[in-house]
Each structure stands twice: as C-alpha cells, then as structure tokens.
Ligand binder design. Structure first.
Ligand code: CTP
Ligand code: 5RP
Length: 509
C-alpha cells in the first residue's frame, strides 16, 4: 500500500467499435462501501503468512520458471501439502522451456477492484463479499502474490473502499500491494492502475514493468500456470489473454426484438482474464483510446489491437477462471474453495508415524482424504517447518498420546479431564478456529491445552484435536482397526462439514 493516486488524465476522443459495455449500464455505481459488519467478520491474519516474503520478493521473472515449492501457491491454501507438484507446474515449466534463453522480465499486475457489483445485487461490492469468512479479493491477491515473479500488484479501489481495502491488506498480511483510486468504469480503473506503474509519476515508488498482467479482482482461481503462459505470450506477441469455449450461442437481436442472426458457436471464444501486455503497448493504447472506449469498452485486448495494431495471442484457460458476477457465483466459489481445502489435512503429532496404531490411522485418513501431510513435532513448540505447514492448510488433526492410568482414575474424572476442550474451543472460535476432540479408545498420552493456543493462531477454519487415549491396551487388533477407521471417518466428516455444531464437542470413535 504505497500510494494513492488520483484519477487518470483526460483521454483523446476517438470513437471505436469493438467489445463494448451496454451503454445503459456504463458508468460506475458509486457509493457502495464495505459495511462495518463485513469488516467485523474478517478473520485475523493467517499464522506465519509473514514467512511468505521470500516467495514474492523476487523482482523479476528470472528464467520464467514458476517459483520454488511454496513460493507460488494457489488461491486456497493447502494444495501443496501432498508434496506432489501442482498439476499446473509441469505445463508451466514446459511453457517456460519454450522461451529461448533465460529471460529476466519485470512483471507487475493491475487488479481492477473498483466496481460496485450491480449484478450481484447485494449492498457489499462483490470483491469484498466474504467466502468462508475471507473477502473474495483476498483469495485473488493471495493467488497473485504467491507468484514470486510478480513484483508489484496495483489494486484499484474506490475512494470509499480504500480504508476497507487497507484493513484487508493488514489483516491478511498481503504483500507488494499498492492502492490506486478507481475510475467510473473498469477501463478507467485499469488506466489509473497503469498510470501508477508508468514512469515519471511524481512520488511513485512503483517501477514501470516490461510486462503487465491485468486480472479482475473477482476471479480468485487464477493459477501460476496460466499467468506464466499469458506473460510469455505477451512478451512474444505484445498482448495475450485467457479464453474459454462459449457456453451458450451468441445471437444478435434486431430492433424489433427478433433474431437477426446467430454466430457459429465453435468459431468464437469467451474472453476471460488474466491478460498480459507489454506495458508500453497497453499503456499507449489507453492513452490513445477514446472516451467512448473508456466508458463503454469491455476488452483490453481490443484496445491493444485497435490502437497499437497488436494482435493478442489467445491462451486456453481453465474453467475456474470465470468471473464472479452473480450471487450464485459466490456459492460456486465457496464450494470450490471448500472442496479443495476439505480434501487436505495436516496431521501434527507428537509420536512416530511408523508406530503401529498411528500408521493404521494415517492409512485410514489417506483413504478418506486426497492429501494428508504428516508433521512430527512437539505441539506448542512448532518449528519453522510446522509454521510453514500451518500457513498453508486449513485443517489439522493433532494426535497426542495421552497417558491415563485407567485403573486409578475413575471414568467420570477422566471425562472431566477432557472437558477443557469445550472451554478451549470457545476461546479459539473467536479466531474462527473450529476445534473439537476425538477420543479413540486405545493408547495412552497427555494433552496440554495451552499449547494449542499459539499453534493455531490465525488458522482459518477447522482445527481438530485428536486425543489418543486408552481404554483397553489389549483390545484385539481387528477391533482396534475398526476404531481407527471410524476415527478417520469422523475426522474427514468434520473437515468436510465444518459444522459449528461440533465445536467443543468430544467425540468418541
Ligand atoms: N469502475 C470499475 C468497474 C469495475 N471494476 C472492476 O472490474 C472487474 C470486473 O468488472 P465487473 O465484473 O463488471 O464488476 P462490477 O462492475 O463490480 O460488476 P457489475 O457490472 O455487476 O456492476 C471487477 O473486479 C470490478 O471491481 C473496476 O475496477 N472499476
Ligand atoms: O472478460 C473480461 C475481459 O475480456 C472482462 O472481465 C469483462 O469484459 C469485464 O467487463 P464487465 O465489467 O462489463 O463485466
């Protein structure tokens, strides 16, 4: 958040055809600010997200390679936990290899976020609408800032939402962000963002990049792979943009409301984001384009073509690149995030993975969930590695060996000893951590509730405590395995459901 700029300077009148917004809904619907209620809902920053700095510190796109593991992560945390490379990384690398030599390319991004979300039909502009307690724009920022070769991210917001945006940046510890004031249309907002990046701007701490990415704040599922592809293509062609096949056929109505003609669907594509441009190309296009373009235009690629004779390279994007526009899109976005994060679990435990019953439990968990990462370490004394994992995952199971002398301690007292979970769950719920306990009758151990407070600070959604505890050490093996399978099923269900109803409950498998 380095600077605040005024609106862009006047543009030359020069009417043009091409991609245009419907004139009826052309101008900015100003005056929609983020409500206090929403800000109150914003959750605290994720633990150790400050550790991210190394990933986004690189100023230029050296060698056009995706960042190191952990250096570039998708919008939702946890997808790297499996240790398996992201599906996109391989194609990124091949895209990178396609580029001769090792390039050093300064890349910045402009994120238009100054709209009011009229079509969404809710008072809060859609980019600030919460998805799993986190504003939509924060997911998009996370996706971009984790790409280590994007040096600066210019977020364009309306004056009335500037403070809300600052607060989001603080809470979620977003890095390398500069704020610029929005214009009355998307094109004007983008132009303001580009102005901030252009050289010779007074008090400008930003540097003019060679390539600029333009990406809507309301497209949270952008992956490094497609960003890299459009940047490489922009370097080669001057402009590039992600496209998707059309879902519906495009038709043209005549003045009497009847069909005039229809387009052959297979020949057309939907233009999506991200797009990337040689900075000089798109900046010149914006400087030269008409007020009409700035008011009614919807397509940056078109401006590059019309004013700089630059034919954009089109890059096939993934279906997840769609723009959150209607209310239902929020539900879809939430489902996508939920589905992804609920497939991942980090098991933190204070005992060895190979130990018999534990290895069985882990196997059972792996049968239930896609990615199960195991971290050994004493809870409460999380080393850097554990911190790094906490930063990336939304769901945890903590396995503690819990010693009890069953002969000496009566059942009622044993249960009482575990009731701290209720109190502790109440406490951490204030930080959006959903905690419950799972008692598996088998082994032995001890739990120190205080140890979890620091460990889970900022973990956004669910932290599950699995308390491993003994009823009958001589339980026969089959029964034990059934119990462990049951435990794994309960953990997986808790993570998927994220139900507040289970908060503070002690469940028994
Ligand atoms: N004056 C504007 C208008 C839009 N945008 C941004 O451009 C992106 C894509 O635009 P769109 O989906 O049309 O957003 P809104 O204009 O907010 O939505 P609507 O058209 O429904 O009002 C969004 O991130 C939006 O915040 C912007 O920066 N400045
Ligand atoms: O897809 C896009 C670029 O091609 C833009 O996101 C889209 O055109 C924005 O337009 P609008 O603000 O009217 O939705």
């Amino acid at each position: 958040m380095r600077r605040l700029r005024a609106a862009a300077g006047p543009a030359r009148e020069n009417r043009g055809a091409g991609s245009q917004r419907c004139p009826g809904r052309r101008t900015q619907r100003r005056g929609r600010a983020v409500g206090d209620g929403l800000l109150a809902q914003l959750r605290p920053p994720r633990l150790a997200s400050a550790l991210n700095t190394s990933s986004s510190a690189a100023g230029s796109l050296a060698a056009m390679e995706p960042g190191p593991p952990g250096g570039s992560r998708p919008a939702e945390p946890g997808r790297r936990l499996s240790g398996a490379p992201l599906a996109t990384s391989a194609s990124s690398r091949s895209a990178a290899r396609a580029e001769p030599g090792r390039l050093s390319l300064a890349v910045a991004a402009v994120l238009p976020a100054g709209g009011s979300g009229e079509r969404m039909g809710v008072p809060t502009p859609k980019q600030f609408c919460p998805i799993l307690d986190r504003p939509l724009i924060s997911y998009t920022l996370q996706a971009l800032e984790r790409v280590c070769w994007i040096k600066d991210i210019v977020v364009v917001v309306t004056r009335e939402n500037m403070e809300a945006m600052r607060s989001i940046i603080r809470k979620y510890q977003h890095k390398h962000i500069s704020l610029v004031e929005a214009g009355v249309t998307r094109h004007r907002s983008i132009f303001n963002g580009l102005n901030a990046l252009a050289q010779d701007q007074p008090d400008c701490k930003l540097c003019k990049p060679e390539v600029v990415i333009i990406h809507d704040a309301v497209r949270p599922f952008v992956e490094e792979d497609v960003l890299l592809k459009v940047v490489i293509a922009a370097k080669a062609h001057g402009a590039a943009g992600a496209i998707r096949p059309l879902v519906s056929t495009v038709i043209s109505p005549s003045a009497d409301g009847c069909l005039d003609h229809s387009l052959e669907r297979a020949r057309y594509r939907a233009s999506e984001m991200p797009q990337a441009f040689l900075f000089d190309v798109i900046y010149k296009a914006y400087q030269q384009c008409s007020d009409y373009d700035l008011e009614f235009g919807t397509e940056c690629l078109h401006l590059a073509l019309k004013y700089c004779d630059t034919k954009a390279k089109l890059v096939e994007g993934s279906p997840d690149l769609w723009k959150v526009t209607y209310k239902r899109d929020l539900y879809t976005a939430e489902s996508i995030i939920k589905e992804r994060i609920s497939q991942e679990l980090c098991v933190v435990m204070d005992t060895k993975e190979e130990k018999e019953p534990i290895s069985y439990l882990l196997e059972a968990l792996r049968n239930e969930l896609n990615h199960v990462k195991v971290t050994c370490g004493a809870l409460g004394y999380a080393g850097r590695d554990t911190q790094h994992i906490l930063e990336q995952c939304y769901s945890f199971a903590c396995v503690n060996v819990h010693f009890f002398d069953f002969k000496l301690v009566p059942l009622s007292q044993r249960m009482e000893n575990l009731m701290w979970i209720r109190e502790f769950a109440k406490e951490v719920k204030k930080r959006n951590i959903l905690l419950c306990g799972l008692l598996i009758s088998y082994s032995q151990g001890s739990v120190c509730p205080g140890a979890y407070a620091d460990l889970f600070q900022g973990v956004p959604h669910v932290a599950h405590l699995l308390t491993w505890r003994s009823a009958s050490p001589k339980q026969d093996e089959q029964k034990l395995q059934e119990t462990l399978t049951q435990g794994a099923i309960i953990i997986a269900a808790l993570i998927r459901e994220r139900s507040l109803g289970f908060v503070g409950q002690l469940l028994v498998a």
